[in-house]
Design a protein around this ligand. Structure first.
Ligand code: N2P
Length: 401
């Protein structure tokens, strides 16, 4: 018992240095021999690690208008919150207490479901009333959804903490003035690799075509992300609309297929952590979550360039609980809530007021907050209008090959 107390104290000393992610906690607790089956203390740390879809918190699994319709008590008075909020977010992208704390403070049940690509999110929204109140598309996908009329304007009067954002996140080209979107987190898409299994690693997309590592390479599932890798490798614009270049990128991706373990956007954290995957095309924070579990894993932004992105909270056109969604967004923009998310998921925060609360280890990590020099090689994916069909068709061919 005394040994366990000492080990626990040690864990908390480490925690004071850098807030532990759930994964880091589990790894350290496991190493210290503290994982006891049925331990209530551990159970309190939350659900399982593979939170891909349909994770429901707050004991509710309702999707749709469970709460009373939002009504204004009077023209200028405070409105009532709904009892329910339906939130659809990327997997591995929230601190474990973010939702429980909101539920406790506001008396709102949150149903929390996950997706792992913008393509899945778009398909869900296009398939009709999703019942979601908040979704978190990336920059270019906000533009796509606006073009398709899938989003509704938000009322910034209900989100006074919008002032906490860094100025650049108040004037994003895809939504100047935050009329439709409130930034959640941002990052880059690079390579997570195993320094021991890939001793000759070079920061180049060529690594993802190295036949020596056949069966241990994974690529993400998002169409534009995958094509961006091939186009960077070709030295081309990742937003090209030239059919010949898209076709060449397609051929390159088809050649790569036999080397892949698989395409995945939500299992590679665990696969990197357990030495199963040695080279993973992945999102920065996800790779840093794997690094928290396995110190042989590292993250690289290839010399040819990489995608930078910002994901933002938006309200679908048909959201049943819009006002409650705005109150939730305001809560997320609190400095302590925003910092806790970054500290847990290892992504960069758009919240300037949270800056001093984000752990130094995260703030000073150039893989999470890239230097000015590296930033010059980063590019945003852009919405391409009709040319999107060229990518979608090419992707179908890659899938079928
Ligand atoms: C989290 C992935 C988030 C970022 N797993 C992709 N834009």
């Amino acid at each position: 018992m005394a040994k366990i107390d000492k080990d626990l104290r040690l864990l908390f000393v480490q925690e004071a240095e850098r807030p532990l992610t759930r994964r880091m906690f589990l790894r350290r607790a496991g190493a210290a021999g503290l994982l006891v089956a049925g331990s209530g203390w551990l159970a309190a740390c939350g659900g399982g690690g593979g939170d891909t879809t349909s994770t429901s918190t707050g004991g509710s699994s309702t999707t749709g208008g469970a709460g009373p319709t939002t009504t204004a008590a009077g023209p200028t008075t405070t409105r009532a919150l709904d009892k329910q909020l339906n939130f659809y977010n990327w997997s591995d992208y929230i601190a474990e207490d973010t939702i429980p704390n909101f539920e406790k403070e506001f008396g709102v049940k949150v149903t929390y479901d996950n997706y792992s690509s913008n393509d899945t999110l778009l398909a869900k929204l296009q398939s009709g009333a999703s019942g979601y109140d908040i979704i978190v598309p990336s920059d270019y996908m906000v533009t796509t959804m606006l073009g398709l009329g899938l989003l509704q304007q938000i009322d910034l009067a209900n989100i006074p903490n919008v002032k906490n954002l860094y100025p650049r996140f108040r004037e994003e080209p895809f939504d100047p003035g935050n009329k439709y979107s409130i930034p959640w987190q941002w990052g880059t898409t690079g390579i997570g690799y195993n320094t021991e299994k890939v001793p000759d690693f070079k920061p180049s997309w060529d690594m993802m075509w190295d036949a020596k590592y056949k069966g241990h390479i994974t690529m993400l599932t998002e169409i534009r992300d995958i094509f961006a890798v091939a186009l960077f490798r070709m030295g081309e614009d990742i937003n090209t609309t030239d059919p010949a270049k898209i076709d060449k990128a397609k051929q390159m991706l088809i050649e790569q297929k036999s080397l892949l373990k698989h395409y995945t956007s939500d299992t590679y954290i665990d696969e990197l952590a357990s030495n199963d995957s040695w080279l993973s095309h992945g999102y920065s924070g996800d790779v840093f979550q794997a690094i928290g579990e396995n110190d042989k894993v590292a993250y690289a932004i290839p010399d040819e360039g990489a995608v930078i992105w910002v994901d933002s909270m938006c309200v679908p056109k048909d959201a049943p609980h819009k006002y409650t969604a705005e109150v939730f967004m305001d809560y997320i923009l609190r400095p302590d809530v925003g910092a806790a998310i970054s500290n847990y998921v290892s992504y960069a925060s758009p919240n300037q007021a949270a800056e001093s609360l984000v752990s130094q280890e995260i703030r000073n990590d150039p893989g999470i907050y890239p230097s000015a020099e590296v930033s010059q090689r980063l590019q945003y994916i852009k919405e391409l209008g009709d040319a999107t069909q060229l990518y979608n068709a090419a992707y179908e061919e890659v899938k079928a090959a």
